[in-house]
Design a protein around this ligand. Structure first.
Ligand code: DO4
Ligand code: MG
Length: 276
């Protein structure tokens, strides 16, 4: 089952048919006591709709905060250590990779986040910018993972590399996050070792970077990340959590205006955005 948030309302999809969710807002769905039963009742009680076809998709968040985990893959640890070695920051990334407490940071709000087909941005005061393709957990206020979507944690590597204390500026700015296209409900995601995450960047029709990993390479469990995030923090409307990147373009790569970024995740779909 998949959930869609669109410009004309919310839809649930089952077996290739879409059904309009009339009465419930996005926040009501994400905080629902029994989301699966509620969606089953809609699928069984309503006729499928065709009005869904050409409706623009919105990012799958409304009142939810967006958080992110970092250095959850060995590849990310190595890339951060390299980019911050001149600033003496390398050791911190090595330590957080194997520490019990994960790196968790506030990433975005709904107003800074774009959906499938929206434009992401690079900072004007950065000269080394990359996308980060990340499986993203959709979590209800009770800390239960109710679904999965795709996240792009846009990052300014020169700013974060200059000083780890600049992380919020490297990570949080207008257009710094893309989410979507849909939410695949929990239970519909294949086993971790079968879930591939692929990043493709094209410039003027030519592929300039392609790379992939699988969830099997992630060091931490989803439950572990959610449990740390929920320590001393409550999320009345639920929260979405990007789980870190295992795909990093080479150090001489930086995004340019007009680049097209596509992220494919097995069982979730493809999120595509252009750089403004
Ligand atoms: O520690 C810096 C950010 C790490 C990150 O965003 C990632 O590993 O995905
Ligand atoms: Mg990241």
């Amino acid at each position: 089952m998949r959930l869609f948030r669109t410009a004309t309302g919310r839809f649930v999809e089952e077996d290739g048919h879409q059904y309009r969710i009339g009465a419930l807002t996005w926040d009501a769905l994400l905080t629902h006591e029994n989301l699966e039963a509620c969606l089953d009742a809609i699928v069984e009680g309503e006729a499928p709709t065709h009005e869904f076809q050409s409706v623009p998709l919105l990012p799958p968040i409304d009142g939810q905060e967006v958080w992110a985990a970092g250095v959850t893959y060995y590849r990310s640890r190595g890339a951060r250590m390299e980019e911050s070695k001149d600033a003496g920051g390398g050791d911190f990334y090595d330590r957080v990779y194997s520490a019990e407490r994960p790196e968790l940071f506030f990433k975005s709000t709904a107003s800074r986040t774009v959906g499938h087909g929206g434009k992401v941005r690079v900072r004007k005061d950065a000269n080394w910018s990359v996308p980060e393709p990340e499986l993203t957990l959709v979590v209800n206020p009770r800390g239960q993972i109710i679904g999965y979507t795709i996240g792009n944690d846009m990052s300014s590597r020169d700013i974060e590399g200059e000083n780890p204390l600049y992380l919020p500026q490297a990570k949080v700015y207008d257009g710094s996050c893309a989410l979507g296209p849909v939410v695949t409900l929990a239970g519909a995601l294949p086993p971790r070792e079968q879930v591939a995450i692929r990043l493709t960047i094209t410039r003027a029709g030519t592929t300039v970077f392609e790379g992939a990993t699988t969830l099997a390479a992630m060091k931490r469990s989803f439950e572990e990340l959610v449990s740390w995030l929920g320590r001393e923090n409550s999320f009345p409307d639920g929260v979405v959590l990007l789980t870190g990147t295992g795909v990093v373009p080479p150090d001489d790569f930086t995004l340019a205006g007009g680049d097209e970024i596509s992220i494919d995740i097995t069982g979730v779909g493809r999120l595509t955005n252009r750089v403004a």
